[in-house]
Design a protein around this ligand. Structure first.
Ligand SMILES: CC(C)(COP(=O)(O)OP(=O)(O)OC[C@H]1O[C@@H](n2cnc3c(N)ncnc32)[C@H](O)[C@@H]1OP(=O)(O)O)[C@@H](O)C(=O)NCCC(=O)NCCS
Length: 189
């Protein structure tokens, strides 16, 4: 896994060396409102990270995660994840930005870079995301990046230990290529 750089962000792979940084971030109670996060001790979390695949390449299976940093900031702004499944070259993403840094486009910028990594390095054919219908900010991120909203999956995830319905969103390689082209800045700009 590589460090991914964007205009404003640095996405640093989560390894056993920095797993504690992500673990500390995961303890903020407000981040559990819309998503199911691991409830593990710091040591168990680090051990789990150690079992993950190390190289993002075509055919890799498992979970890849990056801490998101703003350039020149030591404190992480959030994290993004990509889970590659054994079946049909597909990936699933997750993303979180800490409360005080939301509404500045950082999630969209980080997920855009993550999609590039999934399609170009992981060679997946499509990427999915699931979110509860009430999570409007998350749906906006997906909408901005060209995801299509799909079916409502009954009891498709659990949040705080409770089964919840989630909306499936998906972007195919073809849709991604087109939306990536659509946001390209013309050379004359
Ligand atoms: C989901 C989540 C990551 C979205 O964060 P966010 O701050 O709303 O998303 P972005 O960082 O992309 O910011 C987008 C907003 O910043 C605004 N913005 C301000 N300055 C901007 C800039 N320079 N560039 C781009 N957008 C900018 C955009 O207009 C947009 O607002 P809008 O959606 O009202 O149009 C965040 O709410 C979160 O972490 N929630 C908790 C975890 C969670 O729910 N994760 C998803 C599980 S499915």
């Amino acid at each position: 896994m590589k460090v991914i750089r964007t205009q404003r962000l640095r996405l640093v792979p989560v390894t056993t060396q920095n797993a504690a940084v992500l673990w500390r971030l995961l303890q903020a109670p407000d981040l559990r409102m819309f998503q199911d996060l691991p409830n593990l001790s710091a040591g168990a979390f680090r051990a789990m990270v150690g079992t993950r695949p190390k190289r993002l390449r075509p055919g890799a299976v498992g979970r890849f995660e990056w801490l998101v940093y703003l350039h020149r900031m030591r404190r992480p702004a959030g994290w993004v994840s990509l889970r590659l499944s054994e079946r049909d070259d597909a990936g699933e993403i997750g993303y979180t930005i800490v409360r005080e840094l939301r509404n500045r486009g950082f999630a969209t910028e980080a997920v855009r870079a993550l999609l590039e990594e999934a399609f170009l390095r992981g060679k997946v054919n499509r990427v999915s995301a699931y979110c509860v219908p009430g999570n409007r900010p998350s749906r906006n991120v997906l909408d901005r990046l060209g995801f299509r909203e799909g079916a409502l999956v009954h009891n498709g995830a659990s949040v705080a230990g409770e089964a919840v319905d989630v909306l499936h969103h998906v972007i195919s390689r073809r849709d991604w290529t087109q939306s990536a082209k659509a946001i390209e800045i013309p050379a004359s700009a």
